[in-house]
Design a protein around this ligand. Sequence first.
Ligand SMILES: [Zn+2]
Ligand SMILES: [Zn+2]
Ligand SMILES: [Zn+2]
Ligand SMILES: [Zn+2]
Length: 809
Amino acid sequence: MDLPVDEWKSYIFQKWSLLPKSIQDTISTADTLRDIFLHSSSLLQPEDEMFLKSLSRGYLVGKEPNAPPFYREEGNKKFQKKDYMGATVLYSKGISHARPHSADISLCYANRSAALFYLDEYEMCLKDITRAQMHGYPESLQPKVTLRKVECLVTLGRLQEAGQTIRDLESNFAAKPSLAAAQFQILQRNLCRLKMKVQERENLTASFPATLTKAFEDMDLREENEQIPGASSSVSLCMDPLKGRCLIATKDILPGELLVKEDAFVSVLNPGERPPLHHGLEGKWDTRVTNGDLYCHRCLRHTLATVPCDGCSYAKYCSHECMQQAWDLYHNRECPLGGLLLTLGIFCHIALRSTLLARFEDASEVIRKLCVEMSNKDMCSPESENLVQTPSSDPGGESEENGKTVKTPVPGCDLNGKYENNYNAVFHLMPHTENHSPEYKFLCAVSVSALCRQLEAAESSKPATAPPARRLELRAWGVAMLKHMLQLQCNAQALTSIQRPALSGSKENSVTNSRQVRLATGIFPVVSLLNHSCSPNTSVSFISTVATIRASEKIGKGQEILHCYGPHRSRMAVAERRQKLRSQYFFDCGCPACQKEKHRAAVGPRWEAFCCDRCRAPLQVKLSSPFSSPRVLEGGDVLSCGSTSCTESVSRDHLISRLQDLQQQVGQARKLLTSGQLERAIQLLLGCRHDAESFLSAEHSMVGEMEDALAQAYAALGDWQKSATHLQKSLRVVEVQHGPSSVEMGHELFKLAQLFFNGFAIPEALNTIQRAEKVLMVHYGPCNDEIQELQKMKSCLLDSPPISLGPSV
Ligand SMILES: [Zn+2]
Ligand SMILES: [Zn+2]
Ligand SMILES: [Zn+2]
Ligand SMILES: [Zn+2]
């Protein structure tokens, strides 16, 4: 999804392979991005654009008139089955396709307000009622939503408003005797009931607790770095001759200390799986839940009540404010290009959005300089990276003495040596132009160029603009966008979120299996200063579009601050990791974890180890020759028992096929679990575990997975004790694989705490809550949802006597 869709990719690669060698050479050896862009762009033919357009049309990004009734109908079906979450998402899809101020949109909003009401989302419900009314909700149906409004207001304790709404409704009635008698009676009864509810509540208000306000100030940096706003004063920016820019600790740092808090310069929501092409043609619309249905297109906040853009169906927001901001900043240009942007992929989208955002900064000087260069072809062109030596944020002349430009010490800094989250910093991220393959550069350049032509076409349809200047600027944009696309391979940051399977909607099964999902891709200039380690000393997390980086262990003064670009020691074998870092990030990892593992013996990590069927000792690679590389574990070799008193040996292929077999069965068991066939799932899993005992180490990640699934199954049956026993076994595997203070461990402890809590095992629950809190606090800080929930559990356990403990939270 980062790159263009496969059809376009292979089309362009094909085109490349058919180019005459001389042209290929010209592009391959071009030494500026400008030349790469101009050469590639000149090869983009009308038929190529036609093909791209046909691909873009596969995405239904406009308002489709037949979609809202379909989605409302489907939503109603879910609603009747009490699947309110599912219904909400479908109503949202309907809303996104409906025209403003139509019956379609108001009915969908009203229906969604009902679903939200049943989900206890009263604030959102109120907003949707207002929206329904704003878009012309039919007069005859008004009483229904108004009663819902009153219910919400009462539940929220906003009693005065509730009272006023009731009075308004009553006087409205009096004015309309046309209401059918039966309807009138029902309404009256409801009103009576609500009035009583308001009174009851009024008597209670004194004991109402104040709403909990999240302690966001805890998320602030204790002392901000003067040189790098967004970073803590405990770090400083240095230039390393080998690694380039890096952050170094200026003092001893403790685990959990906040080191960077930075809002993305730009971010683009990951649209999720590609919808089947040309869906909707036979009245079949896509009903799958995507990121775009649940997260704001601009700020990435999770929301069930999205508000769509007035002009398209693919951009949905958490609020009208977000919609307006996005429109002013970039969406006014992006709105008509939805299909094209989805076809060209997230990198291209980010590249466009970055240049659109640059318009609002002084740093658009960068673009202006590119323009000058584009118009003046005879000018000896410097590497575009060096174009900006004097950003216009320069406070005026002081920096220029005797016509000499004062050099900035670190790329991306301004003349005062300040490194900020701005376009100048983004522009200076390394594009690694020389490392990308010529085909890749061609693909990026042609894609960007196609995008530019569409922008140009959109632009020329507006009469007010002066074409030549705009054209030039657009071509300069093209070069800048190409640079961004090339930068992204190394500098894109995935914005992730811990997602709990709320969509299954089952509140009973409260052991939630949280998983990390990739919400969006963005650029964070300050975070980009951190170098990689496969065993990093920091942990990154996101709230909305803000990234926070905390120390995950003690970092001594003078040590480098490191984070993991993805290939982590505990998730990927050393060879695979190093290969990935080389191909994607263009460097050979020299981190301590790699150094250590490179020289280690033939035994892999414990979570990948096989063991002897007879004596349970770990199996080892039998080396055919003392000179053969110990890490070459290709098929065909034989593993033998590590115990000296045992002679057992097994072929590696055999073990691997058994492992794959198990994997398949566990997958099957998980399917049974989700479809509610718990007993069958348990039987299957117990069989798997028995099988595993004969050849996998007790700490094998596969064993952990089985235990975890068993824990889930027993929790669903309400057998908290058995569930906890299995979860503790899975916990042991996680501890070996990821370490006792890893974030993975934190999530597992959280689950275990929930189990003990639900099973009324108070001492165990309190103990586990404490452990979970300690680990999660280091990685996420106090605002994290899980930490808040742990605290609620704790106070519940401590406050109430054991007997009166209610069921699950
Ligand atoms: Zn938002
Ligand atoms: Zn739009
Ligand atoms: Zn490494
Ligand atoms: Zn043995």
